[in-house]
Design a protein around this ligand. Structure first.
Ligand code: PML
Ligand code: MG
Length: 241
């Protein structure tokens, strides 16, 4: 689902569900832009049937949440986590700048060494599609997150996306919400898992985005995995401090 107003991207969401849940899911997705308090003048929803045999099943990344008193130290920790995952300091800085700009519909693909943009349409980015939770795993993950005080649907959706992205061959990923009222963001990779950080922006700021860092020679393969490969998250990730 993509919601926009004029040329401006407002919100988007993907999911992959068993056929019997398709109708209900369509209704939920169509209600999101209203829920976010944004007024879209166009919503595009694509429903697509996927061949079950092509689906890859993965476990969710383990989750940790870090709370900071201010934005500065939270962003500094985000930067360190990217570097720990194998991103160069220069590329990490470019990624953090990207997620502080006006949102685009998809993720920016960045060279993990130079920080150069590698995706073919920089004004759009790459939309990570064909990913969703197996219903039982989702319910278990929702319970585990709730126990640690995380209740927003953004967290569960972002965790599915990050779990797919971490299996794409990408080095790491960083994300900040474009919802002006949602102040959490995360850094993720196979090495560090899914690390939520709060606050990564000041309230009222509608800038945000997602940057995926890759080895330059693998960019094409990563992009095709992100867009095409159906992935179901069928096991919840551990939730720690
Ligand atoms: C979004 O949906 O706008 C991105 C959310 C990023 C943070 C999710 C979380 O709370 O873990
Ligand atoms: Mg969004």
């Amino acid at each position: 689902m993509r919601a926009s107003r004029g040329e401006k991207h407002l919100s988007g969401e993907e999911t992959l569900v068993p056929r019997r849940d398709a109708r209900r899911t369509v209704r939920t997705l169509l209600s999101r832009p209203v829920e976010n308090g944004t007024e879209s003048d166009k919503i595009v929803l694509t429903r697509e049937r996927i061949d079950g045999k092509s689906v890859r099943e993965v476990a969710a990344l383990p989750v940790r949440s870090l709370e900071f008193g201010e934005v500065g130290p939270a962003r500094e920790e985000m930067r360190s986590l990217l570097i720990l995952s194998g991103v160069s300091p220069e590329a990490a800085a470019k990624g953090l700048r990207h997620i502080g700009r006006r949102p685009i519909a998809g993720a920016a693909i960045l060279d993990a060494v130079t920080g150069d943009r590698l995706d073919p349409k920089p004004s759009k980015g790459v939309r990570v599609t064909r990913v969703g939770w197996a219903p039982r795993a989702r319910a278990a993950q929702v319970r585990a997150l709730a126990k640690s005080g995380v209740r927003h649907h953004r967290a569960i959706e972002a965790l599915a996306l990050a779990s797919k992205i971490s299996r794409s061959g990408a080095v790491a990923e960083v994300c900040r919400s474009d919802d002006p009222a949602y102040l959490a963001g995360y850094a993720a990779s196979k090495k560090i898992g899914y690390v939520r950080l709060t606050p990564v922006k000041e309230g009222g700021d509608a800038r945000g985005g997602r940057a995926v860092f890759v080895k330059r020679r693998e960019a094409r393969a990563v992009i095709s995995f992100l867009v095409e490969r159906p992935v179901v998250v069928d096991r919840p990730g551990s939730v720690g401090a």
